[in-house]
Write a protein that binds this ligand. Sequence first.
Ligand code: NAD
Ligand code: WQD
Length: 347
Amino acid sequence: MSVSLADLDVEKFALVTGGTGYIGSHTVVALIEAGYQVVIIDNLDNSSEIVLSGIERITGRVPHFVHADLRDADAVIKIFKEYPIASVVHLAGLKSVGESIHSPSKYYDNNIGATLNLVKAMQTAEVTTLVFSSSATVYSSSSEPPLGEDAKKLPTNPYGMSKYIIEQVLTDMALANRKWRFGILRYFNPIGAHPSGRIGETPSGIPNNLMPYLMQVAIGKLAKLSIYGGDYETPDGTCIRDYVHVVDLARGHLAALRFLEEANGVHDWNLGTGKGTSVLELVKAVEQVIEKPIPSEIIGRRKGDMPVVFADVTKASNELSWRAEHTIEKMCVDHWNWQKRNPGWYQ
Ligand code: NAD
Ligand code: WQD
């Protein structure tokens, strides 16, 4: 069902950048289910318009969609003229740590350039509320877990640095003008998919991240998982991360938007479960769900990996009343359900 602009509740009209992407599509579903009208801007660099029909199947609504690049300043200004946007959730960006090390200018141009265009267009349109997708990767490797929002930040790769610079831009803007309402969400390790199996993560090429790699081994597309390091100072020797269900994460955006209705300035929240899971524990959880073993081999450490990363989620709990609800098992069940239904890159 498409909604005419005349029927809109203007207070609840959100622009979602990167809304056809993995986390964006789940966030759009959460917003629509909470009564928001949504317009998505995405250049489809890492997603597909097919996602829109997945969103429609889940919510019964088709979000407005603009196929454009945020670096195209005129296109961004036009969106704010055409739609009665009251708030922005900004997820669009490139996200591969490895690619960013090889092509740093691409990451600075895309992630920072796009954000500058976006906030300039917001300024012109007098839209002052923005929730930004940042990452746990901004924290320094010397910061001890659990990582609270005040932990030292020192990104070690251009991707993380692009996120950190954007955080600084937003902070300086909020200091210069009290009208701004900025929410910075630092995601830990998002996995899982919508329980319907209609939207999820679709990595192009060979995945870099653990869960999508595991899923492709599970479905037989990749032969075996290489586990990067079995000699860390952790109980089973493998690295520990804070995996969080993407549906929980999506709700976090809603909670941040609600918080910003009552508060100006810049605010930051870590979104994770607050609990760590090792690589071997995640492998085991997937094996239980797929009911067969995952071929794997422990090889050398991956450069730059931290032994243990998990969030202190107290601030999100206290300020947003947000808490991750889904277990690791549910994350595996939902990710596998999506993987089985969607074995390829938007085939
Ligand atoms: P994704 O690649 O699935 O989604 C990002 C979307 O942004 C894609 O649809 C892509 O086509 C679009 N996009 C990129 N550059 C654009 C541009 N210049 N103009 C318009 N659209 C553009 O990634 P995701 O996993 O959904 O991540 C969403 C956000 O969350 C990203 O900013 C990412 O850095 C951040 N994040 C992701 C993770 C993670 O592990 N997935 C963790 C922490 C933070
Ligand atoms: C998790 C663990 C690997 C693949 C990255 C980004 C971070 C954020 C989330 C965007 C590690 C191990 C992995 C494999 C393995 N993204 N592993 N074999 O590194 O915690 O975070 O994604 O913001 O910025 O850096 O996640 O899924 O890559 O790795 O053994 O084939 O799995 O060594 O211990 P990471 P990951």
